[in-house]
Design a protein around this ligand. Structure first.
Ligand SMILES: C[S@@+](CC[C@H](N)C(=O)[O-])C[C@H]1O[C@@H](n2cnc3c(N)ncnc32)[C@H](O)[C@@H]1O
Ligand SMILES: [Mg+2]
Length: 315
């Protein structure tokens, strides 16, 4: 078993080193772990030094496995289909998401209450607002948002995920109204005229075929002045050590091969592709794990896991 793990680790290192060298320049000129979020996004949104192209191969569609105009990366989607039954197993492969959930829900609650001028202390602050959870998985985030009063639509590319999510939501009258469907953001844009007050997509963008096109679809689903929330993993040296080597190989938190380091976006890249989709990032925060308490907390440290709150321009 140990040999198998070391073999996997070696394979992963070889696989990842190449993209790392390609990205060196970008990393050196980018975020240090201590960079505060507000400084970061301000400097990026006012910078003219970032070229339209060439900020990283991640901004282009480099996947040969995907259909054009589709956010689907079949390899990525297959990984989630294989473990769909474990969504609500708190000790299973989605344990990190379950542990992170209270922290990300509190970020979403405070930023969206401020944006929509709702009282964050009231029981159902999102009553009357339409939200969509894109890449909802088993509904770990959709459910608390529905309990906070949002009219929830939740979509995922994996049918099994949607079936599990529906079954789970039906057990509680507060979540049974979530409208689940197996589709993608771009398909929703093409086939339906629906728009949402807030479009939320957590831990999905690192698994899609073309992040820029994906963000354009998210923008098309958002009402003017609406909100967008995205969380993902930074492409940093620290994320390689922690989110891949530690989480997949040493601690076995996630199945090996869950993440491709080269598919991660830096915060600057995310800000840039959102800008190009007429969405401006207003706030960013990091999630930091405390191994002693086993809890995640919000932090200025966006060197690994981070979340962005953004608004769509008034067009
Ligand atoms: C890491 S999970 C995150 C689930 C959920 N957002 C959460 O944070 O609890 C990523 C999810 O994105 C879905 N997914 C991947 N690519 C997708 C795409 N192009 N469109 C829609 N969903 C996608 C996967 O099936 C999986 O359920
Ligand atoms: Mg992920």
């Amino acid at each position: 078993m140990a040999i198998r793990t070391i073999h996997h680790l070696r394979h992963h290192l070889i696989h990842h080193l190449k993209p790392y060298h390609h990205s060196c320049l970008l990393l050196n000129s980018s975020v240090t772990p201590q960079t505060t979020a507000s400084v970061l996004w301000r400097s990026v949104s006012h910078s003219s030094s970032i070229p339209e192209t060439g900020v990283g191969s991640n901004l282009k569609d480099s996947s040969s496995k995907s259909l054009s105009n589709s956010s689907l990366n079949q390899t990525e989607v297959a990984k989630f289909a294989a473990i769909a039954e474990t969504w609500w197993d708190y000790e299973g492969p989605f344990k990190p998401l379950h542990l992170m959930n209270p922290t990300r829900v509190s970020f979403i609650r405070s930023t969206l209450c401020r944006h929509f001028r709702r009282d964050p202390l009231c029981h159902q602050p999102f009553e009357g607002l339409k939200f969509i959870d894109v890449g909802c998985g088993g509904g770990i985030l959709s459910e608390p948002l529905a309990r906070m009063g949002a009219t929830m639509t939740a979509i995922d590319a994996v049918d099994k995920n949607i079936q599990i999510a529906r079954l789970h939501a039906e057990t509680d009258p507060l979540t049974s109204s979530i409208e689940y469907s197996c589709t993608t953001a771009e398909q929703m844009v093409e086939e339906q005229q629906k728009k949402f007050d807030a479009v939320i997509s957590l831990e999905v963008i690192e698994h899609v075929a073309n992040p820029s096109e994906f963000c354009k679809s998210l923008a098309a689903l958002t009402v003017p002045n609406g909100a967008t929330i995205i969380s993902t993993i930074n492409r940093s040296v620290r994320s390689f050590a922690t989110a891949i080597i530690a989480a997949e190989y040493l601690l076995n938190w996630l199945p090996k091969g869950t993440h491709q380091w080269s598919s991660f976006l830096t915060p600057e890249e995310l800000v840039l592709i959102l800008n190009r989709a007429s969405i401006s990032v207003e706030e960013m925060a990091g999630f930091v794990y405390n191994p002693l308490s086993g809890e995640w907390t919000l932090s200025d440290d966006i060197s690994v896991n981070f979340i962005a709150f953004a608004t769509k321009s008034n067009k």
